[in-house]
Ligand binder design. Structure first.
Ligand SMILES: *[C@@H]1O[C@H](CO)[C@@H](O)[C@H](O)[C@H]1NC(C)=O
Ligand SMILES: *[C@@H]1O[C@H](CO)[C@@H](O)[C@H](O)[C@H]1NC(C)=O
Length: 353
């Protein structure tokens, strides 16, 4: 704990030089997120992976209502990885058409989103030159069919961008999202997962747009199990591993309190789906979302048409149905996650040890 606090104090005291800018051949990505303990792990996984060029981070409502707190967490995580060059933009704090509901987010992420550690202020500032939606629109417009979006939160910012500019949906390369469930029970209701339930109308907009989507839902995340032993080992590889193990203690405790001897791995699964597609088995299904008043049992349920026949044809204009991850090679996932995090290095990490 004190080492991590010391790190943030150190990072705040000196401004880190930006890491080398985009290198050709990398997949350009924007991460839409609400950090969030597992979001932070997913962001670190992305930053640790050479195949990706993270152009920016957009934040919207999710685990907490306060998007300033969430965006500052994104800055903290980038600073931990030595990536002060990545701009962080604040987006919508409100769902498209409903009242905000935290669905118990603070119980799993803490009131500060990072396990009630109340880390010091990040050194960097939220980029206020534009909103998250403006960043999504302008970046995708500047690189048509080249930018993939990884969404670890409700898809509110994406739905707003889709509504604002008809070209956006045609120019996004792909969306990899954590959300929903098809065959597993829900986690905020019998049938709904939190990211979708938080803003079901936004997910409906995304699934009914022409954007090609890969969905990492509870179907795979509930079968990817973090254990305390795994995290203890990860904590020895470097400062990022140490930080992950530290914030994960709150998450393990939260899951233990509802009867889980492990913690399911949600958000990093959407990043892994992009990095290591062979870790997953997949099916393509037409998807829609049930939207009811918050509190109704079916609100946020993802409806997958699994009939796979003439009654479920591809709607006109769609390249293909969304890809749904249906099973995971957990051993391969855990090895890849550890190997990648171990490659993260930052000049300040030496100081922290
Ligand atoms: C959100 O958090 C920030 C930073 O802690 C705080 O200054 C602000 O008042 C909060 N906003 C709301 C609406 O609570
Ligand atoms: C904010 O982000 C934009 C787009 O990446 C960038 O051009 C600009 O320099 C950033 N502003 C600050 C103050 O960092």
């Amino acid at each position: 704990m004190s080492a991590i606090r010391a790190f943030f104090v150190f990072a705040a005291a000196c401004s880190l030089p930006p890491i080398a800018a985009a290198i050709d051949g990398k997949q350009k990505v924007i991460i839409n997120t609400d950090p969030g303990i597992d979001d932070s792990m997913a962001i670190l996984l992305a930053l640790a992976s050479d195949e990706l060029d993270v152009l920016g981070i957009t934040v919207n409502l999710g685990s907490l209502h306060n998007t300033t707190v969430l965006a500052e967490n994104a800055l903290r995580v980038c600073e931990l990885a030595g990536r002060t060059d990545i701009p962080v933009f604040v987006g919508s704090a409100e769902p498209l058409a409903m009242k905000f509901h935290d669905y118990g987010g603070p119980n799993f992420h803490g009131l500060d989103g990072l396990g009630n550690n109340h880390f010091p202020e990040p050194a960097g500032k939220i980029n206020a030159s534009m909103s998250a939606v403006e960043f999504l629109l302008s970046t995708v417009r500047a690189h048509p069919r080249q930018v993939a979006i990884i969404s670890l939160a409700p898809v509110t910012n994406l739905a707003l961008a889709i509504r604002m500019d008809p070209l956006f949906a045609l120019q996004v390369k792909h969306v990899y999202m954590m959300g929903g469930t098809i065959t597993e029970p829900g986690n905020v209701s019998p049938v709904a997962e939190a990211n979708i339930a938080n803003d079901a109308p936004a997910a409906k907009v995304l699934f009914n747009s022409q954007i090609s989507v890969t969905v990492a839902g509870l179907d795979v995340t509930m079968h990817t199990h973090w254990t305390r032993e795994y995290m203890r080992d990860l904590s020895t590889v470097n400062s990022a591993g140490h930080f992950i193990n530290h914030i994960m203690q709150f998450y393990f405790d939260a899951y233990e309190s509802i009867g889980f001897p492990y913690a399911p791995c949600h958000d990093p699964s959407a990043v892994m789906a992009l990095l290591e597609p062979t870790v997953y088995e997949k099916q393509r299904y037409p998807l829609d979302v049930a939207v009811a008043q918050t509190g109704d049992a079916w609100h946020g349920m993802v409806i997958a048409d699994r009939r796979n026949g003439p009654l479920s044809p591809t709607p006109a204009g769609f390249e293909a149905f969304p890809v749904v991850l249906t099973s995971v090679n957990q051993t391969a996932f855990m090895k890849s996650f550890r190997d990648r995090i171990a490659r993260l290095s930052s000049p300040v990490m030496v100081v922290q040890m």
